[in-house]
Design a protein around this ligand. Structure first.
Ligand SMILES: C[S@@+](CC[C@H](N)C(=O)[O-])C[C@H]1O[C@@H](n2cnc3c(N)ncnc32)[C@H](O)[C@@H]1O
Length: 273
């Protein structure tokens, strides 16, 4: 009865809105919790050996897709990011994780208890199912609103046609911070001394900035990213913070903290001389 009721409600919401919050998705055969080294594909062994750095609670039943091992934010880094983003102005009450993956960052945003709302968007259903499962392991199931969608489409609707979104997915842009950890595919990410952000695939720096620039956003990028390309996003005379995130002295990634275009620049990491 309860289940029928909720699937009826969902059907009605789907008729009414272009996007609604994701229900709990089932784990599929692509969602895997490797227990023994022998089960792990060779190209994932390096990552599996770091499983407790990725998720301290790995043994409690953390699931990943095979693709997710390469991109998940290691837990100590995700904790530090959550700590830093929490210091943004108290007027910011919503954080959106635009590339939620298996939940590495979204879980830490929710655990920080800093935010009234944590919205996590993931396009791939299997990956989202893992993220929802992992949030359960960290006992924060209800603290995250999951969206199974393309995050560019979601954000566009949120900013331009909020009526097309279910009420729970609408945002107040002035009270919202974006976090984006996009895929880093494309030539050169592992081998180039300086990573060309204009060639990052499938979304290059320009595409990301165009989509996010009206809001404060934190962009998680390869540690060798070309800082001159990031600097060009900053208005003349202003400075932003770019932070390297290290584990045991080795940088894993950097974050560029980009204030909203036209904002008074008081709250989100602009530095005056
Ligand atoms: C680098 S991973 C994010 C990892 C995440 N921060 C974590 O710790 O688990 C990038 C994720 O973005 C998803 N993705 C790629 N394009 C997307 C899009 N347009 N909208 C939403 N998700 C997308 C991929 O499926 C992948 O799971």
């Amino acid at each position: 009865m309860g289940d029928n009721q909720s699937s009826n409600d969902q059907r009605k919401d789907l008729e009414k809105y272009t996007m609604i919050p994701a229900t709990e998705l089932p784990l599929t055969e692509n969602c895997i919790h490797y227990e023994q080294k022998q089960e792990v594909p060779w190209d994932l062994l390096k990552y599996w050996s770091q499983r407790y750095t990725l998720f301290e609670a790995y043994d409690s039943g953390i699931y990943l897709t095979d693709d997710a091992w390469f991109g998940v934010t290691p837990e100590p880094v995700a904790q530090q990011i959550a700590y830093e983003v929490a210091r943004v102005s108290p007027s910011k009450t919503t954080i959106i994780d635009l590339f939620a993956g298996v939940g590495g960052n979204a879980i830490q945003f929710a655990l920080s208890e800093r935010w009234d709302r944590v919205i996590a968007v993931e396009r791939d259903g299997d990956t989202l199912a893992c993220a929802q499962n992992n949030a359960k392991i960290y006992e924060i199931t209800n603290e995250i609103t999951w969206v199974h969608a393309d995050s560019f489409e979601y954000l566009k609707l949120a900013l331009e046609q909020p009526n097309k979104l279910h009420e729970t997915l609408r945002i107040d842009p002035a009270a919202t911070v974006l976090f984006a950890s996009p895929p880093w595919g494309g030539p050169g990410y592992r081998t180039d001394d300086i990573f060309n952000l204009h060639e990052m695939e499938p979304y290059n720096l320009k595409r990301l900035h165009e989509a996010y620039k009206s809001l404060d956003y934190a962009l998680y990028l390869p540690r060798t990213s070309d800082l001159r390309q990031i600097a060009r996003l900053v208005p003349d005379g202003k400075k932003i913070e770019v932070v390297q995130y290290c584990i045991e002295g080795a940088s894993k990634a950097l974050i560029a903290w980009i204030p909203a275009e036209g904002s008074p620049h008081e709250t989100f990491y602009y530095y005056d001389e």
